[in-house]
Design a protein around this ligand. Structure first.
Ligand code: SF4
Length: 388
């Protein structure tokens, strides 16, 4: 948690594992992408894009959960026809995701989308259309994402690499397409080289990062259901972000896209790449626990969900590590004998029976937020600035 400073000075930036890799900068609508900007979190709608109301409704939910940029699929003409209204009414920048049909690239640009994602591996005669695409995107002032994917790699490259979507193959495909855009004077490009295997994905991005200065959009593609996808994305993004690689991220889950945003946001918070909000420190419980730690931790987490205020709350099962962790947190409980010692800023303020621990922690959290809210919120804003 940021420390309150009474002199009106911004809080120091929290430590990060590595400085960001320097990239060229570009704008996706009003969101800056590149090393001078915070890492943004993206997701993709799961509605039929031509169902404009449903799509805008889901975009609103994603926006409320903290999504910075949203991508929408455009498989049919009716979807392309819906893009102007969606792009106009969406509160966050909309990227049109184009596969197979080059004509939809131009529809998306004309529709006012903030960027277009193209998959050079499956767009018909893509290389021959690059000049037109570069001109249209350049005239509209929007960037292009070259989105290479292990599952739909350009056949020529796949043949060269004996049918295997190796890291080298993914990188070669992406840089080849980027070079075609550059030949036509277009450099507003970001790149993704997604693979469903996190190890291959990490290696591909590492190689790509060494060979270019394009901003990189990280993703483990087809990562799986919520549990597995969260783990795969977290380890892969962690490996790359810890080396300063990555400018936007998308966690792909077979789940509600709002979950993707929550996971992505938490990954960035965990690495100090976004200001931390609510952080629950809870012990795993063991044979020494004298209260139901799982229940307590779940109830406290649920009771404080959505809190924007940076607050570290410790929920500990006994007196072995309990007092230490509870003291280090802004707020905490060290339990024992069916009771809980409540700590606020390192001091025991009261001892309550187990049945009142959750309610007391929630009340104290709200009281701290109310008392220090303004100062801490200002501190949070300062952190956002310095972590850019
Ligand atoms: S705090 Fe106590 S109950 Fe929790 S894991 Fe540590 S020793 Fe076990």
């Amino acid at each position: 948690m940021s420390t309150s400073i009474g002199l009106g000075l911004p809080a120091s930036p929290p430590p990060v594992l590595a400085p960001r890799r320097k990239t060229r900068q570009l704008m996706v609508g009003n969101v800056g992408v590149g090393s001078d900007h915070p890492i943004s979190v993206q997701s993709m709608t799961t509605t039929k894009t031509h169902d404009i109301n449903a799509t805008l409704q889901q975009i609103a939910q994603l926006t409320a959960s903290g999504c910075d940029i949203v991508r929408v699929a455009c498989p049919k003409t009716i979807d392309a026809e819906a893009l102007p209204i969606i792009a106009k009414k969406s509160p966050i920048p909309v990227i049109a995701d184009i596969h197979f049909q080059p004509k939809y690239i131009f529809s998306a640009i004309d529709a006012g989308c903030a960027a277009v994602r193209v998959n050079p591996g499956n767009i018909k005669e893509f290389d021959g259309r690059v000049k037109e695409v570069a001109k249209a995107a350049g005239d509209a002032g929007i960037p292009i994402r070259i989105g290479v994917n292990g599952g739909s790699l350009d056949k020529r490259i796949l043949d060269k690499y004996h049918g295997k979507a190796t890291p080298e193959a993914l990188v070669e495909s992406a840089l080849w397409e980027a070079s075609l855009f550059e030949e036509h004077g277009f450099g507003d490009i970001k790149i993704s080289v997604k693979h469903s295997d996190p190890v291959l994905m990490v290696e591909a991005y590492r190689q790509l990062a060494e060979q270019c200065d394009y901003p990189l959009h990280l993703g483990v593609t087809e990562a799986g259901p919520k549990f597995m996808g969260t783990i795969k994305s977290s380890v892969a993004f962690g490996a790359l972000l810890s080396q300063g690689i990555g400018d936007t991220i998308r966690v792909s889950l077979s789940a509600d896209p709002v979950e993707e945003i929550k996971v992505g946001d938490q990954i960035l918070q965990s690495m100090n790449l976004r200001p931390r909000k609510l952080e629950i420190v809870s012990c795993p419980s063991c044979g020494r626990a004298q209260v139901d730690v799982y229940k307590l931790a779940e109830e406290v987490t649920a009771g404080l969900e959505g809190m924007e205020f940076p607050l570290r709350v410790a929920v500990m099962g006994c007196v072995v590590n309990g007092p230490g962790e509870a003291r280090d947190a802004d707020l905490g409980v060290a339990s024992g004998n069916g009771k809980g010692q409540i700590f606020v800023k390192g001091e025991v303020i009261k001892t309550v029976p187990e049945s009142q621990i959750v309610q007391t922690l929630i009340e104290e959290a709200l009281r701290i937020a109310e008392e220090q809210g303004l100062e801490e919120i200002e501190g949070t804003k300062a952190e956002v600035k310095v972590t850019q």
